[in-house]
Design a protein around this ligand. Structure first.
Ligand SMILES: NC(=O)c1ccc[n+]([C@@H]2O[C@H](COP(=O)([O-])OP(=O)(O)OC[C@H]3O[C@@H](n4cnc5c(N)ncnc54)[C@H](OP(=O)(O)O)[C@@H]3O)[C@@H](O)[C@H]2O)c1
Length: 257
């Protein structure tokens, strides 16, 4: 039996990882801020799949929250075999419309927490000679989209660099770059989604399935779905083209929710 720790496990993409990994027989450590929701999720996954699901309440925008997850990852008596750094959020508004406190909170959750948790997980994984880390970035890493896109570009570069540094140790790292996925993300940020064409939306369960297949293949970058692979090709040719325009407009206009 192996154990996976998922941050942001209670909704959207994180919940899809939890469902799939539990169905595959992995024990889980579920991390988010809402304890009641975490406990309900743990009970449901335990009852449905017979796995052990541990609850760890932590706010990854706070030092104490990051430290408590680092401590769990460093617990050698209860090793974590797979870390999914998934917790994240969007801020509505363009540059200078978002408060500096919110910009910095995003960097803390998307970058500092990912850096510290990846280090805390991979050091013992390297000693054991096996393990995996999935860092959830975004297709926004490849287009100009304010602090969100910049933070996700950091996730991609950091993950691929660390994967290279740890090559040959048995530890795999992969950056996952979803396109638009129907989750609580846009609603939580108060972002409108009416500009996003229907064909651009991905299903979270299918996304997770592709991501885990890519991790098993040893990929360090996963862009699930042929539609987005094709768009990535277009973005390489015209960086400020189709996807950049859609991505930049989608939901970022500041105003009433
Ligand atoms: N949805 C998309 O279109 C899309 C596209 C590309 C990439 N992504 C990325 O995918 C990841 C997951 O997003 P999602 O769409 O699944 O969002 P979501 O449905 O809003 O879920 C976010 C999850 O993260 C947790 N979370 C948020 N802030 C947190 C914090 N400070 N500390 C700990 N946990 C926190 C939330 O639980 P609590 O509120 O209880 O903490 C929740 O479980 C994010 O990194 C996002 O940037 C999403």
């Amino acid at each position: 039996m192996t154990t996976a720790l998922i941050t942001g496990s209670t909704a959207g993409i994180g919940a899809a990882f939890a469902r799939r990994l539990a169905a595959d027989g992995h024990d889980l450590v579920l991390v988010a801020r809402d304890t009641k929701r975490l406990q309900e999720q743990a009970t449901e996954l335990h009852d449905r799949h017979g796995i052990e699901a541990e609850v760890l309440t932590a706010d990854l925008a706070e030092d104490d929250g990051i430290s408590s997850v680092e401590k769990r990852l460093d617990d050698h008596r209860r090793p974590v075999d797979l870390l999914v750094n998934n917790a994240g959020f969007g801020n509505k508004g363009r540059f200078l419309e978002v408060s500096m406190a919110d910009e910095l909170r995003m960097l803390k959750v998307h970058c500092e927490a990912v850096l510290r948790l990846t280090a805390a997980a991979t050091a013992p994984m390297r000693d054991r000679g096996r393990g995996g880390v999935v860092n959830v970035a975004s297709i926004a890493a490849f287009v100009p989209r304010g602090t969100y896109g910049a933070s996700k570009a950091w996730v991609v570069q950091f993950t691929q660099g660390a994967a290279r540094d740890l090559a040959g140790t048995g530890v795999r790292l992969m950056a996952l770059c979803p396109g638009f996925v129907r989750t609580e993300f846009h609603q939580r940020a108060g972002m409108g989604t009416e500009n996003i064409p229907g064909w651009m939306w991905l299903d979270a369960d299918k996304l997770v399935s592709s991501a885990l297949a890519d991790l098993a293949r040893g990929r360090t970058l996963s862009v699930p779905d042929p539609r987005y692979k094709a768009l990535m090709g277009a973005v390489k040719l015209a960086p400020r083209g189709l996807l950049g325009g859609i991505s930049s407009r989608a939901g970022r206009k500041y105003g009433p929710k």
